[in-house]
Design a protein around this ligand. Structure first.
Ligand SMILES: NC(=O)c1ccc[n+]([C@@H]2O[C@H](COP(=O)([O-])OP(=O)(O)OC[C@H]3O[C@@H](n4cnc5c(N)ncnc54)[C@H](OP(=O)(O)O)[C@@H]3O)[C@@H](O)[C@H]2O)c1
Length: 339
């Protein structure tokens, strides 16, 4: 199968590209910069990469390359992916431009291709309202009430996609919960801890040791995306997550064991936090998917990545982990119609 991945140079995009190539797919990729980071050199010769800043409509050379590649499937992953950078309540102008208008621009390209490819949008568990009680799993019919700019921008992107789907574009949405593994941005929980350890910090600064969250290995997520693309029903939404909650303190303990590290730990924002957990029964029912990678493997691989590439990242600075629930807010507003 010929597939086009937007955001192929990112965390999820690069693992997805590896999985698709291993399955025998041909992959074309786009990203904002059109440059591979050094840890993705192995993809350079196998995945043609084009530069397209999605805030703007497709440039002619990119349209020509995509049209002649004639993708049968499009995985739209490119986004401003860090919730902390998308606005605490309303989406920032940048989040709207990349996550919403960018999705519209990708839909326009998919719509104009002949034959039309199937399109998958990477959305997020942040679009849901907080669950009513601990242990409650969120399924795809749960109420939508994003609480931050990121979640709102993703819901708006879903609505853009929905308009194209209603007009006949075969499209599916995946709502991903938290993924982790090698190459994850160092501002997110596990990656941030691995980065600090790899930088040789003797005191590990963590935001919170008592956050319960749904944490799925990125390779399991990549398998889920392909399964949804091939076996999911057009027009439907699929949650992608581990389906169980782990405690951040357990993850930390596992990491310190794997690293053999004797460090002191400073917790900057203690207290119990309970993040939403995905109900993935629709995904399992429609595709047979289930998670395979044990948490220890995820932790080891993330740590190894930061140990191997420590020099590629600036010295550790204190940043917020995204392991806390965003503040409450009301529902997102309607986007503009497709052009
Ligand atoms: N990772 C998770 O736990 C998680 C959970 C829920 C949902 N998701 C969603 O899954 C998708 C992938 O996430 P990720 O963690 O892989 O993100 P990531 O590592 O931040 O990668 C983002 C990708 O998008 C590209 N991009 C950013 N801005 C762009 C722009 N203006 N124009 C074109 N391309 C642009 C980047 O290209 P450059 O490198 O050239 O800037 C990069 O290839 C996102 O839609 C994210 O919201 C992820």
């Amino acid at each position: 199968m010929r597939v086009w991945i937007t955001g192929v140079t990112g965390f999820l995009g690069s693992h997805l590209a590896e999985h698709l190539l291993a399955c025998g797919d041909q992959v074309l990729g786009t990203s904002r910069s059109g440059r591979w980071p050094p840890w993705l050199n192995h993809l350079r010769s196998r995945v043609p990469l084009l530069s397209w800043d999605l805030r703007r409509p497709v440039p002619a050379p990119v349209w020509d390359a995509v049209a002649s590649f004639a993708p049968q499937a499009v995985y739209h992953l490119a986004a401003l992916s860090l919730p902390d950078r998308c606005g605490s309540r309303e989406p920032t102008a940048e989040a709207l431009a990349v996550n919403v208008e960018g999705t519209r621009h990708v839909c326009q390209v998919a719509w104009q291709l002949s034959p039309r490819p199937r399109l998958l949008l990477a959305s997020s568990g942040h679009v849901y309202r907080s669950p009513p009680r601990f242990g409650y799993r969120i399924d795809e019919c749960s109420p939508l009430q994003p609480r931050n700019g990121y979640g709102r921008s993703k819901l708006l992107a879903e609505r853009v996609l929905g308009r194209y789907a209603a007009a006949g574009l075969p499209a599916v949405v995946v709502r991903s919960f938290n993924h982790a593994g090698a190459r994850q941005d160092r501002h997110l929980m596990l990656a941030q801890w691995c980065w600090q350890l790899a930088a040789g910090q003797e005191r590990l600064v963590v935001r919170n040791r008592n956050t319960w969250l749904d944490l799925l290995d990125v390779r399991d997520a990549a398998r889920a995306y392909r399964a949804v693309m091939l076996q999911g029903s057009p027009g439907l939404v699929y949650n992608v997550g581990a389906g169980t909650a782990v405690c951040s303190g357990w993850v930390l303990k596992l990491l310190l064991q794997c690293a053999g590290a004797r460090v002191s730990v400073e917790e900057t924002s203690p207290g119990l936090r309970r993040n939403p957990v995905a109900d993935t029964s629709r995904l399992a029912r429609h595709t047979g998917w289930c998670p395979r990678v044990p948490l220890r493997q995820t932790v080891e691989d993330c740590l190894r990545f930061y140990q191997q590439w420590a020099e590629a990242f600036p010295a550790a600075e204190q940043v917020r982990c995204s392991d806390t629930p965003p503040p409450p807010s009301e529902t997102a507003s309607e986007p503009r119609s497709p052009q």
